[in-house]
Design a protein around this ligand. Structure first.
Ligand code: UDP
Length: 328
């Protein structure tokens, strides 16, 4: 990532607006859904496995790297409980390899995808970055372990700038309808399950519990549009280039929506009813989770622009245009 490629907030918004018409953008998808923007920025794409140090080394040899954004990781809670070693292997080893390579090539700036999962069941909401960290499953443990590793690393290595970004519930899709969520198999997460029900691939959404202490008994989460989340990374990069050391930010909207509220917003986006049925609570779920985004606002200028209706509109637009996801 080259410093010169970072757009200003205005440029970003202008570009995002232009993207609303798919014809106007020079974007195309590679087979695995990675996006290359061929029109403006000169982005070189290389596909390497982060567990394969040699391949990554080759990528680094090609040009000077000012910063790394590390998104790669397994992320399904249930799968992590069933296959813990796979999670520890994949998430921990790949990140250690990456740090080692950054060290070798003199790259000091890292944005790391962490998660609200590191807060476990919080004592209150909104959740502040200063809250205690406690995790309840192997996936969450890999995120917390990696945060700890990065904290230890930054402590004894002056000049390392690391942003730990704790994502809340990313949903939605790129407004162009070209990039969206395409989970393998049965979706674990709420929004792809709803959109796959709406498109006719699933019979009905199962609502996991309606007896929580929330507005309508269903679980409340802080859903954030993927484009807002992406812009949070751009702002975090700017922060890193000011030599900030290690910093931690929540990325959400600061608002909580219940499962039934999201379901209703999706019905509005689709324009027809979407069947659902109430089921048992899902083990490990908590009632309510939403962020305080004050710190990200004050220190990064981060402010989510998309509301729940826009998130559902874009998620549905993606699903409608791509009923089989990236598979044709
Ligand atoms: N949820 C649901 N049915 C589903 C998937 C999720 O009712 O098929 C609920 C889940 O219990 C939680 C909310 O939707 O209250 C968000 O769940 P998701 O798995 O998307 O994200 P999480 O907050 O667990 O990371």
């Amino acid at each position: 990532m080259n410093k010169k490629m970072i757009p200003s907030m205005d440029e970003w918004l202008k570009e995002a607006k232009a993207h609303e018409s798919a014809e106007k953008i020079g974007m195309y998808l590679t087979h695995n859904g990675i996006v290359r923007k061929s029109a403006k920025a000169k982005v070189r794409f290389g596909e390497e496995n982060t567990k394969n140090v040699t391949g990554m080394q080759f990528s680094y040899d090609q040009e000077k790297v000012d910063a790394v954004i590390h998104f790669a990781g397994l992320k399904a809670v249930g799968e992590s409980v069933a296959k813990p070693l796979m999670y520890y292997q994949n998430n921990l080893i790949s990140t250690l390899n990456l740090i080692e390579l950054m060290e070798k090539y003199g790259c000091n700036n890292l944005v790391f995808s962490s998660s609200a999962t590191v807060y476990g069941d919080p004592i209150s909401v909104p959740i502040y970055e200063t809250f205690d960290l406690k995790v309840t499953n192997p996936y969450g443990r890999t995120k917390l372990m990696l945060e700890d590793i990065l904290r230890d690393y930054a402590k004894v290595n002056e000049g390392k700038n690391i942003a730990l970004l704790r994502y809340f519930n990313p949903i939605g899709a790129h407004p162009s309808g070209l990039i969206g969520e395409d989970p393998n198999g049965i979706p674990n997460n709420l929004v792809p399950y709803i959109t796959q029900t709406a498109i006719g691939k699933r019979k009905a959404l199962g609502v996991f519990g309606n007896d929580y202490d929330t507005i309508d008994g269903t679980g409340v989460r802080d859903y954030v549009h993927v484009c807002d989340l992406a812009y949070g990374h751009v702002l975090a990069l700017d922060k890193l280039f000011s030599d900030c050391g290690l910093v931690v930010y929540n990325l959400g909207t600061g608002n909580g929506y219940s499962v039934l509220q999201v379901h209703a917003a999706m019905e509005k986006a689709c324009g027809f009813p979407i069947p659902y049925e109430i089921k048992e609570r899902r083990p490990g779920d908590i009632a309510t989770c939403y962020a305080s985004c004050e710190k990200a606002y004050k220190e990064l200028g981060f402010e989510a622009k998309y509301d729940i209706d826009a998130m559902c509109r874009d998620a549905w637009n993606w699903q409608k245009n791509n009923p089989n996801g990236f598979k044709k």
